[in-house]
Ligand binder design. Structure first.
Ligand SMILES: [Cu+2]
Length: 166
């Protein structure tokens, strides 16, 4: 989205990010404002970036302006690499961000305070109205995680899904 400028609030948020660096793992390159950061495979509590060649299943995921994902509950086997094929059926921007409930809640609060903040990580996809997107993620950690749209008011309206890994 053109109006969202990368880290406009970087100065303000710098202190907060210093505290939350581990939780969000935004890279230094992103802070420096470079265009596109090469995908860095960094283990997260909810998995790691996946490779297209390892995809075992494609899951279509629809986003709507009713602030819902379809499906909103997904079960995967431990170690499975999933391709999420997003379709935003709405008239506004939506996103899908995978994480632990705690990480997503914290991140959503940050988005409310700094709505101009923009970031790109392998566990998130920003999908334009009517557009399509893709996320390839390897769920190599067991547990119950979430995927959510962290755009201010969307998360609060319940635009959250569950992914169970076992
Ligand atoms: Cu949304």
């Amino acid at each position: 989205m053109k109006s969202r400028r990368r880290f406009l609030a970087a100065g303000l948020a710098a202190g907060v990010f210093a505290l939350h660096r581990r939780a969000f793992a935004h890279g230094d390159a992103a802070h420096a404002g470079s265009k596109r950061v090469p995908v860095e495979k960094e283990q997260q509590p909810w998995g790691i970036a996946g490779e297209a060649k390892d995809v075992s299943r494609t899951i279509p995921l629809e986003m709507t302006d009713e602030m819902r994902f379809t499906p909103d509950r997904i079960e995967v086997r431990l170690g499975e690499t999933i391709r999420f094929s997003h379709h935003n059926r709405g008239a506004v921007m939506h996103e899908m961000v995978i994480g632990t409930p705690e990480a997503l809640k914290e991140h959503a609060e940050m988005m409310e305070r700094f709505p101009e903040m923009e970031h790109d990580e392998p566990w998130m996809a920003h999908v334009r109205p009517g557009g399509r997107g893709e996320t390839i993620w390897c769920f190599n950690r067991p547990g119950e995680f979430q995927f959510a749209c962290l755009i201010p008011r969307h998360f609060q309206a319940g635009m959250i899904g569950t992914v169970v890994v076992r």
